[in-house]
Design a protein around this ligand. Structure first.
Ligand SMILES: [Zn+2]
Ligand SMILES: [Zn+2]
Length: 294
């Protein structure tokens, strides 16, 4: 396909800082090139197509699948953390792809000729659909199945929040310490589903998945294609067309819960203006909830 060098790609190659419902995130995504989302409050990255320096500061890497534009950055993530003397990267990957990823990482170690202590068996965890794992004491992640051309998982973070019980609000610290000594419970705890992240996927995932998973603060979805591209092409390659998301919203808006939606993974075949034009044509109630990674 001939490309006009003066017609700029939709994304200039710079990660975006996002601030959505109190969640501070950094995200980058171009289909086939690289996708990653940094979530510092979770000490985690969702996908790792490329590893920016800021990404290497976060210990956990949650790979949705092992296509190169989502997984290649793991090599650099491990290398930078080792260079800094940090604890090894902790990688979560669909169980079906774990052995292949381990083989790649071991091959890189051999290629570099470094005597790296092999802790990979411990550091790389295979994830099955329906499993839950802990990122920290206050955050657990539910994994679910995603329809794509490679084995793929979606990840949904549930954070435990605490708030002082009503009788203790505004009381001086010495009183709280006294109550704690008496063994009283000072806090109420609630679970909040904060970020749900789906990597590459057909629209089918959104129709299959338990609706509670999509009812979160920030929902990352893919929209690879827009405009005149036939949605059959999206389906063929395991992707989603923006029109399919709009149709699902018209048919069943409750499917998207209360989430604010971030759309990512636009194809390199589109210019920025083609995508913004397609976004403007969305049902206004849907468009108002969307942040596009452009
Ligand atoms: Zn991709
Ligand atoms: Zn993919």
């Amino acid at each position: 396909m001939a490309r006009d060098p003066l017609n700029p790609l939709h994304n200039p190659g710079v990660a975006q800082a996002l601030s959505i419902r109190g969640h501070e995130l950094v995200a980058f995504s171009i289909s086939g090139v690289s996708t990653y989302v940094l979530a510092p409050s979770l000490d985690a990255c969702f996908d790792m197509g490329h590893c920016p320096v800021e990404g290497a500061r976060l210990r956990n890497v949650l790979l949705t699948h092992c296509h190169q534009d989502h997984a290649l950055g793991v090599i650099r993530h491990r290398a930078i953390r080792q260079m800094w003397g940090d604890s090894p990267s902790r990688v979560f990957v669909p169980e079906e792809s774990r052995a292949a990823l381990l083989a790649v990482l071991r091959a890189v170690d051999a290629m570099e000729g470094r005597g790296r202590e092999d802790t990979l068996e411990r550091d790389v965890t295979g994830v099955r659909a329906g499993e839950t794992f802990e990122l920290s004491k206050r955050c657990r992640v539910e994994a679910f199945d995603v329809v794509h051309k490679a084995p793929s998982r979606g990840y949904s973070a549930i954070e435990r929040r605490r708030a002082l019980k009503a009788p203790f609000v505004g009381r001086p610290g010495v009183e709280l310490a006294e109550a704690r000594r008496r063994g009283e419970e000072l806090y109420d705890y609630t679970d909040q589903r904060t970020i749900t992240y789906i990597g590459d996927s057909t629209i089918e995932t959104l129709e299959r998945v338990d609706p509670s998973v999509l009812d979160c603060d920030v929902l990352f979805l893919e929209a690879t294609h827009v405009g005149a591209t036939d949605p059959a092409v999206s389906e063929k390659y395991g992707h989603t067309h923006l029109n399919e998301l709009a149709a699902l919203f018209r048919r069943a808006p409750e499917r998207f819960g209360r989430s604010q939606i971030v759309l990512k993974h636009w194809s390199t075949r589109y210019s920025r203006s083609e995508i913004t034009e397609a976004l403007r044509a969305l049902p206004p109630a849907f468009g108002a909830r969307i942040t596009a990674l452009l």
